[in-house]
Design a protein around this ligand. Structure first.
Ligand SMILES: CC(C)(COP(=O)(O)OP(=O)(O)OC[C@H]1O[C@@H](n2cnc3c(N)ncnc32)[C@H](O)[C@@H]1OP(=O)(O)O)[C@@H](O)C(=O)NCCC(=O)NCCS
Length: 168
C-alpha cells in the first residue's frame, strides 16, 4: 500500500468531509472540520492519500491553557478519521505521527486529545500529563496530553479553552 501523507489542499475539502462522515457515521465531525477551517483554526491539517484517493484526515487546532497567571498556547488533536475500509492498517498511526511532527515544526509545545487511551498513548499522549489540565468536556482517562517540547507542561495547572466551533 503506497500511502502519501501531505497537508490538505483546497480541492481536498469535499473528500475530507466524506472521510469524516464515513468514519463517524454522521456529519458532526465533518461539519466541525469545515467550521474550524472557516474560522481560521486549522493549525495543522494532514491527509492520507492512496492512489489519489483521500482515505484519512487529521486536524489540529489551537487551544489555550488558562492558568492562574498566564495563558499558554497549545493545540488540540481533533477530529481524525480513516475511511472504514482502510482502518486498522496503520494509516491512523501515520496521520498522528505526521501531524505531531508538523505541530512541532510550527513551534507548538503542547497537544491535548480526548480519545481512545489505548490508541493515543502509543504516540506519547498521557492521561497523567493531562491531569492538572481541566477539560471542558470531561474525559477521565480519555483526556490526554503530550509535550512536544520536553518539560512544556512542567508545573502547568489550568483549564483548557477550545475555539468557538467546538462549543457551538
Ligand atoms: C481512530 C481511527 C482514526 C484509527 O485509524 P486506523 O487507521 O484504524 O488506526 P491504526 O490502524 O493506526 O491503529 C488501529 C488502532 O486504533 C485503535 N482503535 C481504533 N478505533 C478504536 C476504538 N473505537 N476503540 C478503541 N481503539 C480503537 C485500536 O487500538 C487499533 O489497534 P489494534 O488494531 O492493534 O487493535 C479510526 O479507527 C477511525 O476513523 N475511527 C472512527 C472515527 C474516530 O473515532 N476518530 C477518533 C476520535 S477523534
Amino acid at each position: 500500500m503506497n500511502i502519501t501523507l501531505r497537508p490538505e489542499r483546497t480541492e481536498d475539502r469535499q473528500s475530507i468531509w466524506n472521510v469524516n462522515h464515513a468514519a463517524f457515521g454522521n456529519d458532526a465531525e465533518a461539519n466541525l472540520v469545515d467550521a474550524l477551517r472557516k474560522g481560521g483554526f486549522a493549525t495543522v491539517s494532514v491527509v492520507a492519500e492512496i492512489d489519489g484517493e483521500i482515505v484519512g484526515h487529521i486536524l489540529f487546532s489551537p487551544v489555550s491553557i488558562l492558568t492562574s497567571d498566564q495563558t499558554i498556547a497549545a493545540v488540540s488533536l481533533a477530529p481524525m478519521a480513516v475511511q472504514p475500509r482502510y482502518q486498522r492498517q496503520g494509516i491512523g498511526s501515520k496521520l498522528v505521527q505526521s501531524g505531531l511532527q508538523s505541530c512541532r515544526d510550527q513551534g507548538c509545545q503542547i497537544a491535548v486529545v480526548l480519545g481512545h487511551p489505548k490508541f493515543y498513548s502509543r504516540f506519547g499522549f498521557s492521561s497523567d500529563l493531562a491531569r492538572p489540565l481541566e477539560s471542558p468536556f470531561g474525559g477521565g482517562e480519555a483526556w490526554m496530553a503530550i509535550e512536544l517540547v520536553s518539560g512544556a507542561l512542567s508545573g502547568v495547572t489550568g483549564s483548557v479553552q477550545y475555539s468557538p466551533p467546538f462549543t457551538a
